[in-house]
Ligand binder design. Sequence first.
Ligand SMILES: NC(=O)c1ccc[n+]([C@@H]2O[C@H](COP(=O)([O-])OP(=O)(O)OC[C@H]3O[C@@H](n4cnc5c(N)ncnc54)[C@H](O)[C@@H]3O)[C@@H](O)[C@H]2O)c1
Length: 364
Amino acid sequence: MVKVGVIGTGLIADLAHLPGYQAAGAEVVAVADIVEPRVQAMQKKYGVAKAFTHYQDLLALPEIQAVSVAVPNYLHAPIVLDALRAGKDVLVEKPMALNLAEALTMEAEAARLGRVLMVGFNSRFRADVVKLRRLIQAGELGDLYFASTGYLRRRGYPSGWFTVKAESGGGPVVDIGIHVMDFTRYLVGSPLPVSVVAQVQQKFGACAVEEGVWESSDVRDGLRDGRVFDVEDFATAWIRFDTGLVMTLETAWTANLARDRVYSNLLGTKAGAAIDSYHPIHKQRSTAAVETVEVFTEVEGMVADLAVPYHANASHTAEIRHFLAVVEGRETPIITPRDGVVMQAILDGIYASADSGKEVAITL
Ligand SMILES: NC(=O)c1ccc[n+]([C@@H]2O[C@H](COP(=O)([O-])OP(=O)(O)OC[C@H]3O[C@@H](n4cnc5c(N)ncnc54)[C@H](O)[C@@H]3O)[C@@H](O)[C@H]2O)c1
């Protein structure tokens, strides 16, 4: 049984990491969070032996082999570096870091120390993504040349540090757009980005309080208390990869749309495919529904639509099972530090292009 620690016991630790380790049969030996009542509540809820308000105390425990780092984005790099140097394998939440320079340092340190470093791209473990990846690897779509992706919420903004650029690194691009960009890049064979054109916009931001856009009293109260909102709430991007494939992104925390959407449309020379399903994390653990990946092809010379069924799953739990298997040497990681670095380069490119109004080259 792998002994693990969880640093940061906020929303995602409670919804994914702590129950995920429990479901996978690992022992969570300690939790750490700067907010004492929070860490104590999580200690009690999950029956964890030790709780700390300084994560260094958790890292000092020799029996802990691996840690989850689930803290605000600006703390990913320093805490991950400390964890690696303390000899721990690490699962860090997405995004890997605040910028490319930090991500490269983390990648280099994990390699130097020979430690596992995985980024929490849980969408790679969604059953629809797994199913579509198998079809692609079997050659069913032919040569893939275009992908349009989106993660759009009609009303769905996070509270707290997420809207503060210095702490988050950005708005929906960093928070949710990254998931569809990552799983789509994974589906099309993990090409490297060469350039990006993007625009980011803030159309609601703090003004939403007056305009009645926010439904959550948490967010309204935070903004009334003078919380900073200096990130985008909508963005579009056009990303060119070294295989010639182009990926587009649209992402929003708030947009006047019919419904929330998480989608990826792929165009290949033999067939196209579409994933279009929204799985909110708080509902994932109870999903067992049969859903479908759509494939647009030809059968006997006539265009045909196929609905390929899959059982919806809890992607975070699958991610944590895989992380533990990698730590134990039973599986090869499907997410490498380079995947985190690539996404960070794309994020930096999106904001650089939005600032300059020009296409920005990405060199990795
Ligand atoms: N993969 C996903 O589906 C998903 C979903 C939500 C959030 N996330 C990511 O998870 C991370 C955390 O997000 P969240 O929604 O849980 O945020 P959150 O604000 O709910 O939780 C963060 C926790 O970190 C604690 N913290 C802050 N500084 C700390 C420190 N120095 N040491 C220890 N703990 C500290 C906070 O007190 C808080 O409890 C972010 O990187 C976010 O992008 C991923």
